[in-house]
Design a protein around this ligand. Structure first.
Ligand code: ATR
Length: 278
């Protein structure tokens, strides 16, 4: 019987996950499909119950439900526990639901695909202190990167985040801007710079050191104002396409045991966004 998978979010129309997973199902001869479902917070529990009842084989969870979904699941893997957020749900053989989080590992894979171990001994600056920052910082720390410094508009949130990671510290945005040359890897995790939402940049990259790696998790536009200026100042840049594709590939592998072709997918999305949406 044909299997089906889904992504739950609000809004969900803009999601590229259905096209990506459907492409991988076809490419790998998996008889399955993947649908976007618009779910409001009030309907989240009811939707999870319906997905179970209707035989959904697994789903992704996106903004704003990554933490809210947790009470409706039976178990969490260590990544989801630490991040207190879930982006992938597997329906196990006994019907129970296991949540995990592939966002952070997706980022690390994308970074290493582009730059190998170039940043392994660098000081790391994470800009932002939300769920995305938490996931990425945790995965970087687990992969041996750091020490990690957080900076955020609301500094208290950065302080709380740093408490959970050994050797992590916090600086104000002003301090980070002045001392930017100290960091070999800078990761922008806020929504600032996203198309149609928030123009501008969360931190000024003019003091970045030549040859530093500057990453932004945003992929629409492919190059945010922050990335463009960092590049003009001599940094190597990485947009969020690779992270998006790798987090999806990690979920796909959990569901099907198949490792899909990520390189081709990154190319397809880059062409698509470059030609149509930016
Ligand atoms: P996510 O789960 O995607 O990380 P989030 O938890 O809402 O989303 O976190 C959003 C991050 O973007 C936060 O670091 C937030 O800063 P605050 O903690 O000060 O709110 C940051 N952010 C959002 N809009 C911003 C803006 N206009 N300027 C600077 N930072 C912004």
């Amino acid at each position: 019987m044909k299997k089906w998978y889904a992504v739950l979010g609000d809004p969900i129309n803009q999601s590229m996950s259905p096209a990506m997973h459907d492409h991988w199902f076809q490419e790998n001869d998996v008889d399955a499909t993947y649908i976007p479902i618009h779910v409001t917070e009030e309907n989240l529990g009811e939707t999870v119950a319906s997905l179970k009842r209707l035989g959904c084989s697994g789903w992704n969870v996106t903004v704003p439900h990554k933490s809210a979904i947790i009470p409706f699941l039976d178990e969490l893997d260590p990544s989801a526990k630490v991040m207190n957020a879930v982006n992938t749900v597997e329906v196990l053989a006994d019907g129970s639901l296991r949540g995990s989080n592939t966002d952070g590992e997706g980022f690390v894979r994308s970074l290493e695909e582009a730059f190998g171990d170039r940043c392994q001994n660098d000081q790391v600056l994470v800009v932002g202190a939300g769920g995305a920052a938490r996931g990425i910082a945790y995965a970087l720390h687990e992969a041996g990167y750091g020490p990690i410094t957080f900076t955020n508009r609301t500094i208290d949130k950065a302080v709380r985040l740093a408490e959970g990671i050994s050797q992590a510290s916090v600086v104000s945005i002003d301090e980070a801007e002045q001392n930017l040359a100290a960091y070999g890897l800078i990761v922008q995790t806020t929504s600032v710079g996203m198309n149609f939402a928030q123009q501008g940049k969360p931190i000024d990259p003019k003091n970045v050191s030549t040859g530093a790696v500057v990453a932004d998790i945003i992929y629409n536009p492919l190059e945010t104002e922050f990335l463009i200026e960092a590049s003009e100042n001599g940094a190597y840049i990485l947009n969020g396409t690779g992270m998006f594709v790798h987090q999806g590939a990690l979920a796909f592998k959990k569901w099907t045991t198949i490792q899909p072709d990520t390189e081709k997918m990154i190319g397809k999305i880059t062409v698509n966004l470059g030609g149509k949406l930016c």
